[in-house]
Design a protein around this ligand. Structure first.
Ligand SMILES: Nc1nc2c(c(=O)[nH]1)N[C@H]1C(S)=C(S)[C@@H](COP(=O)(O)O)O[C@H]1N2
Ligand SMILES: [Mo]
Length: 326
């Protein structure tokens, strides 16, 4: 896995260069860089003794989501929350390139006047304007573990609403057995360097069984760290399915379809033996090219030096989702 490329101060994205944040975040950024290597390892060793304050990430920073509540059920995952700088600078978004350093390229994503079409086997099809969507469903913060199939992991405080809320609004019909999410795609804009040659099945799509979508954990995110979702993290709406590998969480969703059959999905079509449709986090099911028994906690420096932790079945969410698979 590549190293994290730490951006130089003059490369900080536009959203940070507001009068207040240009100063605040730069200082915080340097502090994080200094403490990340030593501090985070120490924090997770003493996970059980951590004070509440250490897992609270938003309560003092609600400018963008004034009515946000913190869901107490999804607050402490027994690991330190990942620094915002890592969660927003170490990304997978193949539409904008094949490395982890695509955050700058992803700024080309046009998020103005975004709407999300909900269609297929529903009684009440909708095309939601993104702002209306954020008004309609009460927003909450949930701190979730995040596990990429590539065996790295983070802990991210998302802002969003349960997928079940949207289901209630559109009323899937009895014949609806699956859902498909489609990401934004425009070959004039989403041109990951070097990807023209490959026959990738764009647009990026992902899917779930309808019972999985209805599970309490399945979430649509519109923000993270108490702020509007950055483009590189899948603005303005992305799926978060914390018990599955990260690739299930389609970014920058434009369409949600309810279907009677399992849909073909991006990675599953490309490499069905490596990326199954179900894709539940499971330490005992190795990827054909590597073990999934452990994962590394994303921080700065070389990924081979990152702290290793055992992978948990369903990413630690067995209590919520185990019955879906028994
Ligand atoms: N549209 C789209 N969605 C995507 C991806 C992608 O390449 N394109 N990558 C997936 C993968 S592999 C992961 S691990 C997560 C990464 O999310 P993050 O960058 O916010 O951590 O997004 C997922 N969603
Ligand atoms: Mo991933």
């Amino acid at each position: 896995m590549p190293l994290i490329r730490i951006p130089k101060s003059w490369e900080l994205p536009e959203r940070m260069v507001t009068p207040e944040l240009a100063f605040m975040n730069r200082r915080q950024f340097m502090k994080n860089l200094i403490s990340a290597g030593l501090g985070m390892a120490a924090v997770s060793l003493t996970a059980c003794n951590r004070s509440e304050a250490e897992v609270q990430t938003i309560t003092s920073n609600l400018a963008e989501f004034p009515n946000l509540t913190q869901n107490p059920k999804f607050k402490d995952v027994g690991r330190a929350v990942t620094s915002e700088d890592f969660a927003t600078r170490y990304n997978n978004f193949y539409e904008f390139g094949g490395t982890k350093s695509i955050w700058e390229a992803a700024q080309a994503l046009p998020t103005e006047n975004w709407s999300v079409e909900v269609t297929g086997l529903v009684n009440n099809p909708q095309t939601y304007d993104i702002d209306a969507l954020m008004q309609k469903f009460p927003l909450e913060e949930r701190v979730y573990r995040f596990r990429c199939v590539e065996a790295w992991a983070m802990v991210v405080p998302w802002v969003g609403f349960p997928m079940a809320s949207l289901m209630k609004d559109v009323e899937p019909k009895d014949q609806a057995k699956f859902v498909r999410f489609t990401s934004f795609y425009d070959p004039k804009i989403t041109k990951g360097p070097g990807f023209w040659a490959l026959n990738y099945p764009w647009p990026y799509t992902e899917g779930l069984r309808i019972e999985e979508m209805a599970n309490d954990l399945a979430f649509f995110a519109v923000g993270l760290y108490g702020k509007t979702l950055p483009k590189q993290n899948g603005a303005p709406l992305r799926a978060v399915i914390p018990w599955k590998y990260g690739f299930k969480g389609a970014k920058s969703i434009v369409k949600i379809e309810f279907l009677d059959q399992q849909p073909p999905t991006f990675w599953n079509v490309l490499a069905p033996n490596e990326y199954g449709f179900e894709a539940n986090v499971n330490p005992e099911v190795p990827h054909p090219r590597w073990s999934q028994a452990t994962e590394r906690i994303v921080t700065n420096g070389s990924s081979s030096s990152w702290e290793k932790q055992p992978t948990l079945l369903y990413n630690g969410y067995e209590k919520y989702v185990g019955k879906l698979y028994s």
